[in-house]
Design a protein around this ligand. Structure first.
Ligand code: AMP
Ligand code: ZN
Length: 488
């Protein structure tokens, strides 16, 4: 089954055909490093990771870029409000200096990357930082100005959306549908309400901005949208295969990225496939920093959940659907994941041609092709095919997990471990990694209590405690003089 991906540009699932034969360039909009990234943000990177791994599963060589925004993103995506980095400095009570800005950026970038690693998200090939590409951004704005797509006003250089044919081709809106002020405030300086900032001048409210660069329009700093256009082109060329982001990026950020880039290069489409993941929401609405209802990976770990359990929960919902999060559904993902790992840990090595991935390779994809072919001889072709069908149908992870469960429960299936290993190259759930199960404190207390009553041969209480432990999702087994605990 060929790989099919849903393309926001056409609103269709399309057979994936990269620009170059077996190579794929992907750019994902990265975080603005002014605060912790919450688990909603993490869902978006888990989606992107699954996409990369599925492309690799289909034998594509992937070049993957995620940027770090460390300047130019205002509190509103439509160029209004304060610079998010400046806001963070004030929040943390630091002096308003460039040094503080760098410190904040470094701190939150580190936490972000640590969280990605904990979630077993593969590192991209490069992490470009916006502040290092200002020269390229200025060059692009100069070209737009020369070609008549940009105009200078008192406080900024704007992109003139009326000059760009089909400005709403991604969002599928018509300019006439958008009344002035519906999406952005009316601004006297703008020719059209949807015009957006390419370059902020260091004047007026931005006079004391902490990072200003020399430019043909005086000292200033770049707008947020131009950053992604410049960084992605620098790394992936004037046209590339896939651009990702969250659904909230469609109508403003990505729409503007397309307008800028295509007006500079004159080449269309700039990006062949646009892919967007849906939000993680709470019952009361979207999780967001501005909504003040965020939860981070560390918050969950403090509550005794593991990053892999969150990853499992993410895969359980298709990336284009909303994921309604609460601790109850995370709890059930935890139990299901632990049960799965337990079953897998008890499987014997039945692969006829079992081979380990060479030590020098991070994963199977880095191993030589002939190794991979031999490796697969031991896998179960029927299940692998079913798995491929699910994943190649626009990354249908819930279906692929069903296939995995069917395999582990099939007593007659051969090559289970090989097949699971191959599937887990895509799931990234560390299914074959032996990990000590973490026993919650409350369960450990019950186990210790049971040990005591058992020593007194108080079997009735010992059995009651065993039931209580079971209700909490663990099984206690008596071994020799002590007991062993495992997840259900
Ligand atoms: P932000 O922190 O709002 O700048 O968002 C950073 C990235 O995370 C963007 O790609 C957003 O689309 C994505 N994102 C933000 N909030 C959520 C959420 N609640 N669920 C899923 N993705 C989100
Ligand atoms: Zn972007």
């Amino acid at each position: 089954m060929p790989l099919k991906l849903y393309n926001t540009l056409t609103r269709k699932k399309e057979v994936f055909k990269p620009i170059k034969d077996k190579e794929v360039g992907i750019y994902g909009c990265g975080p603005t490093v002014y605060w912790y990234q919450h688990i909603g943000n993490m869902r978006r990177y888990v989606f992107e990771d699954i996409l990369i791994r599925t492309l690799q599963f289909n034998d594509y060589k992937v070049k993957h870029i995620i940027n770090i925004t460390d300047v130019g993103h205002l509190t509103s995506d439509a160029d209004e409000g304060e610079d998010k980095m400046v806001k963070a400095i004030k929040r943390e009570g630091l002096p308003l200096t460039k040094d503080s800005m760098l410190k904040i950026a470094q701190k939150y970038e580190e936490v972000f990357k640590e969280d990605l690693e904990k979630l077993n998200i593969l590192e991209p090939d490069a992490w470009p930082h916006a502040t290092k590409y200002v020269k390229e951004m200025i060059e692009m704005v100069k070209v737009m100005e020369k070609k008549g797509f940009a105009y200078e006003s008192e406080s900024a250089v704007y992109f003139d959306v009326s000059k760009f044919k089909n400005y709403h081709k991604l969002a599928k809106l018509k300019l006439s549908d958008l009344k002035a002020g519906a999406r952005v405030k009316v601004d006297e300086e703008k020719k059209n309400p949807q015009d957006f900032v390419l370059w902020f001048k260091g004047v007026g409210k931005h006079k004391n901005h902490l990072m200003l660069w020399d430019s043909p329009w005086g000292k200033g700093f770049p707008g947020w949208h131009i950053e992604c256009s410049a960084m992605s082109m620098k790394h992936l060329g004037e046209q590339f295969d896939i651009h990702t982001g969250g659904v909230d990026h469609i109508s403003v950020h990505h729409t503007n990225e397309i307008a800028q880039t295509e007006s500079v290069t004159g080449k269309s489409p700039w990006v062949k496939y646009w892919m967007h993941s849906n939000h993680l929401t709470l019952k009361e609405g979207k999780m967001s920093k501005s909504g003040g209802n965020i939860m981070t990976l560390s918050d969950l770990v403090k509550k005794d959940f593991s990053p892999m359990e969150l990853r499992y929960l993410c895969l359980f919902t298709h990336y284009r659907k909303k994921l309604v999060f609460d601790l109850e559904n995370l709890k059930s993902a935890q139990q299901t994941y632990q049960r799965l790992k337990n079953i897998i840990s008890e499987l014997s090595d039945d692969g006829k041609h079992h081979r380990r991935t060479p030590k020098r390779c991070k994963n199977l994809y880095e191993a030589p092709k002939n190794f991979r072919e031999k490796f697969l001889q031991g896998a179960n072709k029927k299940y692998l095919k079913e798995f491929e069908t699910a994943m190649n149908d626009d990354l249908n992870t819930p279906k692929a997990l069903q296939v995995l469960w069917k395999l582990v429960r099939d007593d007659k299936a051969e090559g289970k471990l090989q097949t699971i290993k191959k599937m887990d190259e895509v799931f990234g759930l560390k299914l074959l990694e032996k990990v000590e199960i973490k026993i919650p404190k409350e369960v450990q207390k019950l186990v210790d209590e049971r040990e005591k009553v058992r020593k007194k041969k108080d079997w009735k209480n010992a059995d009651d405690l065993r039931d209580e432990i079971k209700e909490k999702g663990f099984i206690v087994e008596d071994v020799g003089n002590g007991s062993k605990v495992r997840g259900i």
